[in-house]
Design a binder for this molecule. Structure first.
Ligand code: LLP
Length: 424
């Protein structure tokens, strides 16, 4: 199923030409396909239907409340890592009993908010955090439901920045120390152990790291059960990769088939925390060519989206396919597609073979539904682009373009710097 395709020579999202959206909202903008989003959550639900499961979407991948709402309405939950994400999930109407809270640095304020909201469980990443949560829960006279995030020391075979399951990583409790932490947790009056969690990295394209991890975690579950530690919820994390270029990630079904025997044996409710694979290929960033610039060493296509809008190419040398919105015969050339930001690292593509484009043309940067808008910034004082949700031949703005006023929100000039104040 292709939600982005050429029709009558123009790139469409579902049944709507991206050029039509550009006319209405200007550029740059993010567009997401409703059908694609739905299909992803359904694919997960179907693939794991043989076990009781919860698809807790990793909010960090795309935090727009319309996207969260859509998944929530389909029975999905949320994997959050901050008080801000908790707020978004609740505003989007996600049932707190479908929210899991991970992250190495939860503050007591965040813990208290999540306790009061009544979330499903806290994925605890260290001994100190466990003690802090116990104290928070005590102060509220509540019991905190807990899973420990164990670090299985498995190589996720992905980019080092997004690999999280190795010993040297800051995440989780080393699997060798997990049992003793569970026994400590059992002794804490305001902690209730409900599960176990692991997440080893992102953009995984192999099945084996998942299998290796879960095999290790299952051994631990069995050992814990012998000691009467109650593990009912098994959160197997996220991490499934998507196709940006020529990757061949397994499908949800293939992953499920490899994992289901273990998962079934556990008798647990299975929680998944997919982010990228739920939204990545549902989105595009549409940008307009401002100038083309021929240099002695390189040719540049200067566009109106930059690293502040989509930071993945600069941060991780990530590849995002770029397609001209108008399809026609073009001479191929090798170019750098760069943004307007004053940094050499501001590129969307480098040394990319692309059909020749002219100023004013539209380009679609593909696979921009995950870790794109959610990682955007206002660097160079650039208002962030709007996000739109396309459904059939209609679209709705789900986040407005920021204005100049938005840029200044919260800033103030001290009285002594105000005009006419000469008291210094
Ligand atoms: N669960 C936990 C605890 C996580 O830390 C993450 C992602 C996920 C789930 C979702 O993983 P996913 O299914 O999306 O792979 N900014 C990077 C990716 C960072 C991933 C961080 N953690 C990128 O743009 O590639």
């Amino acid at each position: 199923m292709n939600d982005f395709h050429y029709k009558n020579g123009t790139l469409h999202c579902e049944d709507l030409a991206l050029s039509t959206i550009a006319k209405k909202v200007g550029t740059p903008f993010f567009a997401y396909s409703h059908a694609n989003l739905l299909r992803q959550i359904h694919a997960y639900q179907e693939a794991f239907s043989a076990v009781p499961h919860l698809i807790a979407f990793a909010v960090k991948a795309n935090s727009n409340i319309a996207v969260l709402r859509l998944f929530g309405r389909e029975g999905g939950g949320a994997d959050i890592v901050s008080g801000g994400e908790l707020h978004r999930a609740l505003v989007a109407g996600i049932d707190p009993k479908r929210i899991v809270f991970a992250g190495v640095g939860k503050t007591t304020a965040e813990m208290k908010d999540a306790l009061k909201a009544g979330i499903l469980m806290f994925n605890i990443e260290s001994a100190q955090e466990l003690a802090a949560l116990d104290a928070c829960a005590k102060s509220l006279q509540m019991i905190a439901p807990v899973a420990l995030r164990v670090n299985p020391n498995v190589n996720a075979q992905t980019h080092p920045y997004i690999s999280t399951g190795l010993k040297k990583s800051k995440f989780g409790i080393e699997i060798t120390q997990a049992a003793s932490q569970y026994y400590i947790a059992m002794g804490l009056s305001n902690i209730k152990i409900v599960g176990i969690h692991s997440h080893i990295g992102s953009q995984l394209t192999q099945i084996s790291p998942f299998v290796d991890t879960l095999t290790r975690v299952y051994e631990l579950i069995k050992a814990l059960r012998l000691e009467d530690v109650c593990i009912d919820h098994w959160d197997i994390g996220g991490g499934l990769g998507i196709v940006y270029n020529d990757e061949q990630p397994p499908s949800q079904k293939e992953i499920a088939n490899a994992l289901l025997p273990l998962l079934k044996k556990s008798g647990c409710q299975i929680i998944l925390e997919p982010g990228r694979s739920m939204v990545g290929n549902a989105g595009t960033l549409v940008t307009r060519v401002i100038y083309t610039k021929k240099g002695e060493a390189k040719n540049f296509v200067v566009v109106d989206a930059g690293m502040n809008d989509l930071s993945r190419p600069s941060l991780y040398q990530a590849y995002h396919e770029i397609r001209p919105v108008v399809e026609k015969e073009r001479i191929q050339e090798v170019v750098d597609v760069v943004g307007p930001i004053c940094e050499s690292g501001d590129f969307l593509a480098q040394d990319r073979k692309l059909g020749q484009v002219e100023a004013d043309e539209l380009l679609a940067v593909m696979s921009a539904g995950a870790y794109a808008f959610s990682m955007s910034s206002n660097y160079n004082s650039r208002p962030r682009p709007p996000e739109v949700l396309v459904r059939g031949k209609e679209f709705e703005v789900i986040r407005k373009r920021e204005t100049l006023e938005d840029l200044l929100r919260g800033e103030q000039i001290p009285g002594y710097l105000q005009e006419g104040d000469l008291s210094l």
